[in-house]
Design a protein. Structure first.
Length: 189
């Protein structure tokens, strides 16, 4: 599919699917699970649990650049969000708390604003409102959303220290679900 077609697809599909839970499984991983995929589309294409996370480089809200590869060797919690998404707003305090709780264990959070569907000024206000202490990057062209087969917002991807996707969650997260997913990527305590 050409880039223009993907842009049109994302422009139309994401608002339709945004901020709504998907109709597939809602299973939360068991503590002894090694790989799980919860509430992710089962369309047979795109990002898969057990596969390497696609690298990306995006502009940060501060104006620098950040790449997923900058965090090689560390567990990364990737969260796709937009300022207008109610469920994104509801889960963000839980994500901030999880980061503050686990940053000493090496956890990194990359908050990817779907800027192709948002504005930088609204994203900045959202970040200030929730006092997000982690890296915020801007997906201005929708390329990372496309690479990660984003189907709706919010969507979270949990990547282990080896760069392997261990869980995908489409829809809002609770504090309990975040902890269960983090158990798949954080070093054993």
């Amino acid at each position: 599919m050409t880039r223009r077609m993907w842009t049109v697809f994302l422009t139309l599909a994401i608002p339709i699917a945004a901020c709504t839970p998907l109709a597939s499984s809602t299973a939360i991983p068991s503590p002894d699970a090694t790989i799980t995929q919860a509430r992710a589309p089962s369309s047979g294409f795109g990002l898969k649990v057990g596969s390497p996370a696609p690298n990306f480089t995006l502009k940060t809200l501060a104006g620098d650049e950040a790449s997923l590869s900058d965090y090689a060797g560390r567990p990364v919690f990737i969260n796709f969000w937009a300022s207008w998404c109610g469920p994104c707003r509801a889960e963000m305090p839980e994500i901030v708390e999880a980061y503050l709780t686990h940053k000493d264990a090496g956890l990194e959070v990359l908050a990817i604003n779907l800027t192709v569907q948002d504005t930088v000024s609204d994203a900045r206000a959202f970040v200030e409102e929730f006092q997000m202490p982690f890296t915020v990057v801007l997906d201005e062209a929708g390329e990372v959303s496309q690479a990660y087969s984003l189907f709706g917002l919010p969507t979270s991807v949990f990547v282990d220290a080896e760069g392997i996707v261990r869980a995908i969650n489409a829809g809002p997260l609770t504090a309990e679900a975040i902890e269960q997913y983090l158990a798949l990527i954080l070093p054993a305590r």
